[in-house]
Design a protein around this ligand. Structure first.
Ligand SMILES: Cc1cc2nc3c(=O)[nH]c(=O)nc-3n(C[C@H](O)[C@H](O)[C@H](O)COP(=O)(O)O)c2cc1C
Length: 196
């Protein structure tokens, strides 16, 4: 079954040489070849202003520079985030994007009087987080309990209704051999072809 896939590249460095971009392209090409509808947005190419106030969050509107990306989030059935681990968590640029887009009216609705919980507006979507890092992935999982990734999964994506959120953690990327890099790209192709 064909799926609508949005790939969001969350690497602040716009250099085409970043591993994250190669991973995103491998995923996208395989997904397209398998017949899925794919959109790819590179957040480094967008102007992402910081959201600064509760007033703006609740009553403001998504900045024009992010309107198309926000529409793509709503359009997608499956969201793929590709980003490097920075200081144990998602780079500030990606967090700034999520603060702008995952706002009331687009991603969730505050509870009506008498209702207990916020209403998730992005139900029916799944996601995958593809995260590169300098340390071994097992160290991040076991010692750091994947805290930054867990925060994004539970505190943001699950909150707005996106589940399941699957994770692919790629560790020790700095000195990876060509063979290792090729195996990661093949892994991306397999995931992309299955749209998971
Ligand atoms: C500001 C900054 C913070 C970083 N913090 C971490 C970290 O907390 N843990 C880690 O394992 N690697 C960390 N790294 C290494 C990056 O995760 C690594 O360079 C990146 O995943 C490589 O992917 P790329 O080729 O797509 O840039 C950091 C790198 C930078 C520039």
């Amino acid at each position: 079954m064909s799926r609508r896939i949005l790939i969001l590249i969350g690497h602040p460095d716009p250099s085409p040489d970043r591993l994250c971009r190669a991973l995103a392209s491998a995923y996208a090409e395989a997904a397209e070849s398998a017949g899925h509808a794919v959109r790819k947005i590179d957040l480094a190419s967008l102007d992402i202003p910081f959201l600064r106030t509760m007033q703006e969050f609740e009553h403001g509107s998504i900045p024009d520079s992010l309107r198309e990306a926000a529409d793509a989030v709503v359009w997608a059935e499956h969201l793929v985030f590709v980003f490097p681990l920075w200081l144990g968590t998602v780079p500030a640029m990606l967090k700034a994007f999520l603060e702008q887009v995952m706002r009331p009216g687009t991603a969730f609705a505050y509870p009506e009087q008498g209702e207990g919980f916020a209403k998730s507006l992005l139900r029916g979507r799944s996601a995958r987080l593809i995260v590169t890092m300098g340390m071994p992935a097992a160290v991040y999982r076991i010692w750091f309990l994947s805290h930054g990734i867990a925060g994004m999964r539970r505190g943001i994506l699950n909150f707005v209704g996106i589940r399941p959120v699957r994770e692919t953690l790629l560790g020790m990327v700095a000195n990876a051999s060509d063979v290792k890099r090729a195996s990661w790209l093949e892994q991306m192709q397999r995931l992309g072809a299955r749209a998971v």
